[in-house]
Design a protein around this ligand. Structure first.
Ligand code: ZN
Length: 353
């Protein structure tokens, strides 16, 4: 009886490993599966035997620290301007939402932050880096749009500095504390913990100039749906620096699910008219004169090719076969986002016809 029970347990564990293996490797032989199972069975009791006092000091620290370490480094992109550049990826447990760009502009009277990142912890850790550069308070935070990887850090700046939070109305309208937005569902617990949604203090309805400690910021809302229905960007005329938010991305495919191709083209045309030397995208690393090139080409080709396809009678079910934007196939997230973007663009452009 006892023997039978043990055998059942072993068989059950072998089966569960076999199931896991089938997912990752269809070609595993039964021998491989058993080897893996035996290996795993051996490792588990060993781990359990490790006692805290036996582990080295470094590991003890790791065990005690329950806070995600974003390992942030600030990159100087212009005089008085530093940015944190996130990975060219979707949000994952591993990057904990650090797949977005967030910037600080130093002035004589404190910082202005452009987008506050995906969590309270991200904002806190980014400020810790900035404090070593100049120990100044953050007076203003400007949010580019309502996607939560760009503003869930706001609460840190409110609590720490009573900073004035400025941004699009959609954030106040569509989100309240307790909502489980995308970052809450994806980020590891030790990264999202302590993150609260709070209201913005000031809504951007029309363009205005904010002056802080000798620096001038032109805060400009889009009047049409572009990346979202409610986008804001910042232009610093004296420094010739532009913070585009997600109206510009490079190195990766944009996410068009809330946007408009026509609106994006309008936003890019507006930015092209401004005299900038540095442009910081919402996602992506290129900030020089080429920063907008990919976005321009992507939306221009999307529009041209879809309109041509519509003229030729291509319908929604065929559009992904006809328009692929193959020029962008090596950009990050092409496989995840491009076909969807073409689908959304088709729906939009078909209505124009
Ligand atoms: Zn976005």
């Amino acid at each position: 009886m006892k023997k039978f029970t043990i055998l059942s347990i072993v068989t059950a564990s072998l089966l569960s490993v076999a199931t896991a293996n089938e997912v990752t490797n269809q070609d595993s032989t039964i021998g491989d599966i058993i080897k893996t199972a035996v290996k795993e069975t051996k490792v588990t009791p060993k781990l359990k035997q490790i006692r805290l006092e036996e582990t080295p000091i470094e590991s003890q620290k790791e065990i005690k620290s329950d806070v995600f370490d974003y390992k942030l480094e600030a990159k100087k992109v212009a005089e008085n301007v530093w940015c944190f550049f996130g990975a060219l990826d979707k949000p994952t447990k591993e990057n904990a939402g650090y797949m977005v760009n967030s910037c600080y502009i130093k002035t004589d009277n404190g910082y202005l932050a452009m987008d506050s990142g995906p969590s309270y912890q991200f904002a806190k850790q980014s400020y810790e880096v900035m404090r070593k550069i100049a120990d100044l308070p953050v007076k203003y935070v400007v949010n580019s749009h309502e996607h939560d990887d760009h503003w869930l850090g706001n609460d840190f700046f409110k609590k720490e500095f009573n900073a004035t939070l400025i941004g699009p109305e959609s954030i106040n309208k569509n989100y309240k504390d307790g909502d489980k937005t995308r970052m809450y569902n994806i980020l590891p617990e030790n990264a999202i913990k302590g993150t609260h949604i709070i209201d913005l203090d000031q809504i951007v309805k029309e363009a205005f100039t904010l002056t802080l400690g000798g620096e001038e910021f032109r805060i400009i809302p889009m009047d049409v749906k572009a990346h979202t229905g409610d986008d804001v960007f910042i232009y610093m005329p004296k420094r010739k620096v532009l913070f585009a938010g997600d109206l510009v991305m490079n190195g990766r495919i944009t996410s068009g699910r809330h946007g408009s191709v026509m609106g994006q083209l309008k936003a890019l045309a507006m930015m092209q008219k401004l005299d900038w030397k540095v442009l910081v995208p919402g996602h992506g690393f290129i900030t020089d004169a080429r920063a907008m090139d990919e976005a321009n080409l992507y939306f221009k080709l999307t529009k041209e090719r879809i309109l041509k396809a519509i003229d030729e009678g291509v319908d929604a079910t065929e559009i992904n076969e006809v328009v692929k934007l193959i020029e962008f196939k090596d950009k990050a997230m092409y496989d995840i986002l491009n076909a969807h973007n073409i689908g959304f663009a088709f729906d939009e452009l078909e209505m124009l016809e």
